[in-house]
Design a protein around this ligand. Structure first.
Ligand SMILES: [Zn+2]
Length: 406
């Protein structure tokens, strides 16, 4: 870790220091294991010193300076976005939500039966499905399907005619392999409406047919067959999480507008680069979050019948709202601690005053731009009446022209 030219000298100095210290301790009559423990402590000190020398190497120092630039921050986000696009195979799920990969997808419907719990959906009994296939007039095709957690799907013979041959992604669920299903099993049902027929008309017909098929089975309104457009259902997570993430974005952009108005009032002009950087963050971070949710999370998972899974709806919506809160907080905190001129993060924190004496004097933290553009004062309490927080612009050209003694 120690740079090459200083290494042998550094080593010699520390080894002799440790030897001398060990000798001192032994002469003092300490037991061997105490001596060892003390020496170990000294040794970690030597390692810290080596770490400090390592960090002072020009390359490392350059890298640490680069970490503070706005380009690094935006570059990291951009690399993350590219990683998402590459890792998801070109945004497969998002594309499947926006443009379902089936021919004439608007006519596809999911058919299920309701249950006692509101929102619950059940599969259709195999015999009833056969009865519907034989007697309905609103559907051009009905097919049964199911899948398992490992990406294997099973479908009845009509599936190819209704949806299309072996789709790679069905209901946002990646399916690696399709196998023929046992038609005697209860399966989830997908249907294709005849042209010009609405889902509501088809639903009424299927309900009437179900009543004819089994007149003794009394069903409440919730238990009856439900026909739901497939496109609308698959786009639901797109809208739900899209709205949450875009409102985060709008909130941050509104904050930028307020900041720019304040700029114009206080200094008579808008700091363009400073606010452009803030807006770039405000757009890119919620976008990244939305893409991660759609492509890699379970938020877009459906049950077989098109119902929401427990993970997707109650839990995930809360997690996403928390993540959006974190984005807003970080964007504002990061922006506040950057130089108003060069956008590097401010350095050299100096603590001023003490919180205990805040009644009579101000207490807070002062940070400087390492290029000399100005200093930022952060009061320890937000309601500091002696000295409010703020940015003081300094004349950087003065600092550059100052003669530095060598
Ligand atoms: Zn600066």
């Amino acid at each position: 870790m120690v740079p090459g030219e200083a290494r042998s000298g550094w080593r010699k100095a520390w080894v002799s220091d440790l030897r001398h210290y060990a000798g001192l301790l032994r002469r003092g009559g300490l037991k061997r294991r105490y001596v060892r423990a003390r020496i170990w402590h000294h040794f970690t000190g030597a390692m810290r010193d080596a770490g400090r020398l390592f960090c002072e190497r020009p390359a490392i120092r350059q890298a640490r300076l680069a970490l503070r630039t706005p380009q690094f921050c935006l570059g990291t986000v951009a690399v993350g976005l590219l990683g998402i696009v590459a890792g998801s195979g070109g945004l497969t799920v998002t594309r499947a939500m926006l443009a379902p990969p089936y021919a004439d997808a608007k006519r596809l419907v999911l058919i299920s039966e309701g249950g006692e719990v509101p929102g619950a959906r059940h599969t259709i009994p195999a015999a009833l499905l056969e009865y519907w296939k034989a007697h309905n007039n609103t559907m051009s095709g009905l097919a049964g399907y199911r899948w398992d957690a490992h990406g294997t799907g099973w479908s009845t013979a009509e599936f190819g005619g209704v949806v299309g041959a072996a789709p790679r992604i069905f209901l946002l669920h990646r399916i690696r392999e399709w196998k023929p299903a046992d038609a005697r099993q209860d399966l989830a049902v997908v249907g294709r409406l005849k042209p010009g027929v609405t889902a509501a008309t088809a639903q009424n017909e299927l309900r009437d047919l179900a009543a004819q098929y089994n007149p003794y089975r009394r069903l409440s309104a919730a238990d009856q067959a439900q026909v739901m457009p497939l496109v609308g259902r698959t786009r639901k997570p797109f809208w739900a999480y899209g709205v949450v993430c875009s409102s985060t974005m709008l909130l941050l952009l509104a904050a930028a507008c307020i900041g720019m108005r304040t700029d114009r009032r206080r200094i008579g002009r808008i700091r363009g680069r400073y606010w452009a950087y803030f807006c770039a963050k405000s757009v890119l971070l919620p976008l990244t979050l939305a893409l991660v949710i759609w492509e890699f999370s379970r938020a877009t998972s459906f049950t077989l019948n098109g119902g929401a899974t427990f993970v997707a709806e109650p839990i995930f919506v809360w997690l996403v709202i928390l993540a959006c809160g974190a984005i807003v907080w970080w964007c504002l905190a990061d922006q506040w601690r950057r130089c108003r001129a060069c956008l590097r993060t401010l350095q050299y924190p100096v603590r001023i005053g003490s919180l205990g004496a805040v009644l009579f004097d101000h207490a807070g933290m002062e940070l400087m731009c390492c290029q000399g553009h100005g200093s930022l004062y952060l009061p320890a309490v937000s309601s500091d009446y002696v000295q409010g927080g703020g940015w003081t612009a300094l004349d950087a050209t003065d600092i550059d022209s100052e003669i530095v003694p060598r």
